[in-house]
Ligand binder design. Structure first.
Ligand SMILES: [Zn+2]
Ligand SMILES: [Zn+2]
Length: 170
């Protein structure tokens, strides 16, 4: 009996299936295990699964930032930093560590927030301001205002420069 089971397992390992996303016939080892599925494996291969998880994560993160910043182009609430990769979701009243222990981190964290109907208590901040908030809260506002001023100033200069094409791009 044991022998039969083992040989069955071996046959199973040799099996391949076509991933409908990349349209490639791949061995089952190239698929994540999924107990709920009929053949015990995901529909899509590991690579396609990873790609779609990454995209889902990016979209979900964007959705969260838009919601909490109330802006189409999310930015740091303190200094106006708009670069998406530099933004984080800040727990306004602190307690981030405990919350992450409950909601998880990364993809799971954002998924839990959405599931909970985007609860209050979060704001969009850049890494720098978020660090400052913890290390030098007394300087947070001033540095944020300076950065905002700097950003606006650079924007104005760029517009002014644009009026004189002979100067080239700034
Ligand atoms: Zn695939
Ligand atoms: Zn900032």
């Amino acid at each position: 009996m044991v022998g039969i089971c083992l040989s069955l397992l071996n046959i199973k390992d040799m099996k391949t299936k076509i991933c409908p996303k990349c349209d490639t016939d791949k061995p089952l080892t190239e698929y994540y295990k999924a107990k709920a599925r009929k053949n015990g494996h995901d529909i899509y291969c590991k690579i396609c699964q990873q790609k779609s998880t990454k995209i889902q994560y990016r979209l979900l993160r964007e959705e969260a930032f838009k919601f909490y910043s109330k802006l189409e182009q999310p930015e740091c609430i303190n200094c106006g930093e708009p670069v998406n990769e530099l933004l984080v979701l800040d727990h306004i009243e602190g307690g981030g560590r405990q919350d992450r222990a409950v909601r998880g981190s990364g993809f799971n964290f954002y998924r839990a927030l959405k599931r909970d109907g985007w609860p209050e208590g979060f704001q969009v901040m850049c890494y720098n301001c978020n660090n400052l908030k913890h290390t030098h809260p007394q300087h947070l506002k001033r540095i944020g205002e300076n950065k905002r001023f700097e950003r606006e100033y650079i924007k104005t200069i760029k517009v002014e420069y644009g009026k004189y094409p002979e100067l080239g791009t700034w």
